[in-house]
Design a protein around this ligand. Structure first.
Ligand SMILES: O=C(O)C(=O)[C@@H](O)CO
Ligand SMILES: [Mg+2]
Length: 258
């Protein structure tokens, strides 16, 4: 049975962020993820998780200066000490929240920049994170983003991510497989899942093309959920989608999994 996590950044936007924990629990979720915890003290977020019997399963390192076009800094040459400070901060939150996975955001590679240098910087920082997280049993996750959402992001195809995971060569570094991005770039999701299987520690879902509930569009999610069960996939599945309307009204697809 898949373990679905409500993505509190995208879902339940009808209410302010701190009220989304209650909304997710009321809708039947046991797990949550969201992009960033850093606007709130960790103890406040942990209290919300405990109050509603929820487990936090994923969050990201900071994105950097989003207004200036950044989307992660871990791959930016020369920013290693900033990145490592952010990784340390993420570790503090992960420990306090009891969160098993942290996504290390790579970076957008500016036109004309040396991609190889970005890759090497990313590998260095991911190894730093992996070694720091290891004693706490926390996984480092890497995610490919499709160009229509994040043009020029360092990781575009799932195979870009796989190549970095293999080069990093640490046993707590995994792929965060977002089927929405994977369908946009790689396709062939069933075979792709087989090929990546032993490297996947977290999955995210949304319909393609509109990034809505997983009950519309060109991906047969029922088939994929059954396949993941049959494979013995034990990770979480983050519902990283933009509800078509009110979040609760779009949750008919979820009723069979509560
Ligand atoms: O955009 C996505 O997809 C994500 O999972 C974000 O957390 C990172 O870009
Ligand atoms: Mg994602």
């Amino acid at each position: 049975m898949p373990k679905f996590a409500a993505n509190l950044t995208m879902m339940f936007n009808e209410v302010p962020f701190l009220e989304r924990f209650a909304a997710a629990a009321k809708a039947g979720f046991n797990y949550v993820e969201y992009l960033w915890p850093y606007d709130y003290p960790a103890h406040e977020l942990k209290a919300k998780l405990d109050q509603y019997g929820l487990k936090q399963v994923l969050f990201n390192t900071p994105a950097g200066n989003i207004e200036a076009g950044e989307w992660g800094i871990a791959a930016i040459p020369g920013r290693e000490s900033d990145s490592q400070r952010e990784i340390d901060l993420a570790l503090e939150y992960a420990i306090a929240l009891g969160c098993p996975n942290v996504h290390i955001m790579a970076a957008v590679v500016p036109d004309g920049a040396d991609r190889q240098q970005y890759q090497q910087t990313f590998i260095k920082n991911v190894r730093y994170a992996a070694d720091k997280f290891k004693p706490y049993g926390i996984n480092v996750l890497l995610e490919a983003l499709s160009p229509e959402v994040k043009p020029n992001y360092l990781l575009k195809s799932q195979f870009d991510t796989l190549a970095i995971v293999e080069q990093v060569a640490r046993d707590n570094v995994f792929i965060q497989l977002d089927y929405f991005h994977a369908q946009n770039v790689d396709g062939n999701l069933s075979r792709l899942t087989d090929k990546l299987a032993k490297h996947i520690a977290h999955i995210q879902i949304a319909s393609v093309p509109d990034r809505h509930e997983p009950d519309e569009g060109e991906i047969n999610y029922q088939y994929l959920f059954d396949k993941l069960d049959a494979m013995g996939y034990e990770g979480y599945i983050g519902c990283e989608y933009k509800p078509r309307g009110e979040t609760e009204q779009g949750l008919a697809w979820f009723s069979r999994y509560k």
